[in-house]
Design a protein around this ligand. Structure first.
Ligand SMILES: NC(=O)c1ccc[n+]([C@@H]2O[C@H](COP(=O)([O-])OP(=O)(O)OC[C@H]3O[C@@H](n4cnc5c(N)ncnc54)[C@H](O)[C@@H]3O)[C@@H](O)[C@H]2O)c1
Length: 439
C-alpha cells in the first residue's frame, strides 16, 4: 500500500442504537484502545458482548476463566463474556506427543540464538494445530453470540487482538536489547528477523494480529447474513498501526516508531480488511497513533510522538479545555522545567537527521540502527527524567486523550463505511477532542 486514506472530517453518522450488539474480539485492559470504542457503544445503549483469550495453567494447558475471573471480566466489560478460550497463536501448540515451538526454542541462549535452526515442518504442524484450535473455538463462540443478536439488529465487531511474543527466556533478553538497548546494549532488529527465531516470531504475529480478523469475519458469516437478511447492518473494525501524522515544524508529517517488528503483521491485517471490503463486507482497519498501553510499554521511545498532540490541540481550535491539558502536563514536570522547553526538545529530536531519515513510508517497517537507538532511547529517558514521578507521565495523560478521541471517530466513521484502511492522525484526534470538550 502506498496511498493513505486519512480521516479528515468529524463523522456523525448514527447507525448503532439500543438493541444493537457490540462484540469485542479481544480482552479489555485498563489503558487499552478498546476502551474508547466501548464507551461509545455504552453511550449508544448497545448490548455489549466479549470473549476471553483464556488462561494458562502452570503446566501450560489453556483453560477457560474460573467463575471468579469470569465475573470480574464481565463487570469490567459491562457485558456478557463467552467463556471459551480464544488465545491465538501457536507458540504453545503441537500435535499430540510433539514439542511445541516454545519447547523447540528452549535451548536458545544469548550466545547461540542467531545460529539455532528450526525444523520448519514441525513448526508448520504446530501452526496448523493452533489455527485449528482457534477456529474451532471461534465457531463455538460465534454460535453463542448468534443467540444474543435479535433479528434486524446491527452488529459492530471490534477486533483488538495483537501480540504473539513467545515466552522463551532468551527472547525476553533479546527483546530488551532490541527495543530498549542503546550503545553497548544495542541489538539489531535485522539480526532478529534474519534468524529462525525471528521468522517464527513473525509467523506467530501474523496469526495473532492479522489472521484472527480473517477468522472473525469467517466465523461470523451466519450472524452477518442473518442480520443483513433481516434489515440489520454489520461492521468490523480492527486497530492497525502504520505510522501517524503528527505536528513537526508546524505541519502534520507522517512519522513512525522504529523498529516496529509487528509491522508486517499489521500490513497483513490491512490486506485482510481489503479482501473483505472487496467482497462487500465492511471491515476497516484504523491505523491509530502510538500510545502507552500494556502492549506498547516494551517499546521505549514509542511514546515520543505523543508530545506534539499538545500543539495539535491548540492548532485545531482548542480553547480553555486545550489550555487545561497544557496546564495538567506542565504540573507533571519537575519544578523549574517548562513544558515549552520539553516540546522544543521533541521538535529538535524530530528534526535530528537520524530520526528524520526514518520518515520513509515506502520503506516501512525499517530496521533499527545504533544511531537511531542512541537518539530515540536517550531522548525517551531524558523526557522521563523531567517528570516529578516516573509513574505519572505526560505521555500517560496524552495516551488517555488519544484513546478518548479515537472512540467516537471509529464508532461514527464505521457507520459511514469509508474505506478498508483509514489513518487517524493527530489532526483529527485533536479536533474530535476539542469538539467533545467544547460541549
Ligand atoms: N498502543 C499503541 O501504540 C497502538 C497503536 C496503534 C494500534 N494499536 C493496536 O491496538 C490494539 C489494542 O492494543 P493496545 O495497545 O490497546 O493494548 P492492549 O494490551 O489493551 O490490547 C491487546 C489486545 O490483544 C489481545 N491479545 C494479546 N495476545 C493475544 C493472543 N495471543 N491471542 C488473542 N488475543 C491476544 C488482548 O486480549 C487485548 O485485547 C492492538 O491491535 C494494537 O496493535 C496499538
Amino acid at each position: 500500500m502506498t496511498e493513505r486514506t486519512s480521516l479528515r472530517h468529524l463523522p456523525h453518522s448514527d447507525l448503532f442504537r439500543q438493541g444493537d450488539v457490540f462484540v469485542l474480539f479481544g480482552e479489555l485492559f485498563g489503558r487499552g484502545y478498546a476502551n474508547g470504542l466501548i464507551d461509545e457503544a455504552r453511550k449508544a445503549g448497545m448490548t455489549i458482548v466479549g470473549i476471553t483469550v483464556g488462561r494458562r495453567d502452570d503446566d501450560g494447558r489453556l483453560r477457560e476463566l474460573s467463575a471468579e475471573e469470569h465475573a470480574e471480566a464481565e463487570t469490567k466489560l459491562g457485558g456478557r463474556i463467552i467463556n471459551v478460550p480464544m488465545m491465538a497463536g501457536f507458540d504453545l501448540d503441537a500435535p499430540e506427543g510433539e514439542q511445541n515451538p516454545t519447547e523447540l526454542l528452549a535451548g536458545l541462549t544469548l550466545k547461540n540464538w542467531q545460529e539455532e535452526q528450526l525444523d520448519w515442518d514441525k513448526v508448520e504442524a504446530c501452526r496448523q494445530v493452533g489455527v485449528q484450535r482457534f477456529t474451532a473455538s471461534a465457531a463455538i463462540v460465534m454460535n453463542e453470540i448468534d443467540k444474543l443478536v435479535p433479528d434486524g439488529a446491527n452488529v459492530f465487531f471490534a477486533h483488538t487482538m495483537a501480540g504473539g511474543i513467545p515466552r522463551v527466556k532468551a527472547f525476553l533478553a533479546i527483546a530488551n536489547r532490541i527495543y530498549k538497548g542503546a550503545g553497548e546494549r544495542f541489538m539489531s532488529s535485522r539480526a532478529l528477523l534474519d534468524s529462525d527465531l525471528g521468522k517464527l516470531i513473525l509467523m506467530n504475529f501474523d496469526e495473532v494480529t492479522a489472521n484472527t480478523l480473517h477468522h472473525l469475519i469467517h466465523a461470523s458469516t451466519a450472524i452477518r447474513e442473518r442480520a443483513e437478511r433481516t434489515g440489520g447492518q454489520v461492521r468490523y473494525t480492527a486497530y492497525g498501526y502504520h505510522g501517524t501524522e503528527i505536528l513537526i515544524d508546524g505541519q502534520y508529517q507522517w512519522q513512525t516508531y522504529t523498529n516496529y517488528t509487528q509491522g508486517y503483521a499489521k500490513m497483513r491485517l490491512e490486506s485482510v480488511a481489503e479482501a473483505a471490503w472487496a467482497k462487500g463486507i465492511s471491515a476497516t482497519v484504523y491505523n491509530c497513533p502510538e500510545i502507552r498501553t500494556n502492549s506498547s510499554d516494551l517499546f521505549v521511545g514509542v511514546e515520543l510522538s505523543l508530545f506534539p498532540l499538545l500543539k495539535a490541540l491548540k492548532k485545531e481550535g482548542g480553547g480553555a479545555w486545550a489550555q487545561q491539558q497544557w496546564d495538567i502536563c506542565q504540573s507533571l514536570l519537575e519544578d523549574g522545567v517548562s513544558l515549552d522547553s520539553l516540546l522544543e526538545r521533541i521538535e529538535a529530536y524530530n528534526n535530528d537527521a537520524t530520526s528524520a531519515s526514518f520518515r520513509n513510508f515506502e520503506a516501512w517497517p525499517m530496521d533499527n540502527t545504533p544511531a537511531l537507538a542512541e537518539v530515540m532511547i536517550n531522548t525517551s529517558h531524558d523526557m522521563t527524567k523531567l517528570h516529578k514521578e516516573r509513574k505519572e507521565l505526560i505521555t500517560d495523560h496524552l495516551s488517555s486523550l488519544v484513546l478518548e478521541g479515537t472512540g467516537p471517530l471509529m464508532f461514527h466513521a464505521t457507520a459511514e463505511k469509508i474505506a478498508a484502511v483509514v489513518w487517524l492522525n493527530h489532526d483529527i484526534i485533536a479536533r474530535q477532542l476539542n469538539a467533545i470538550h467544547a460541549q
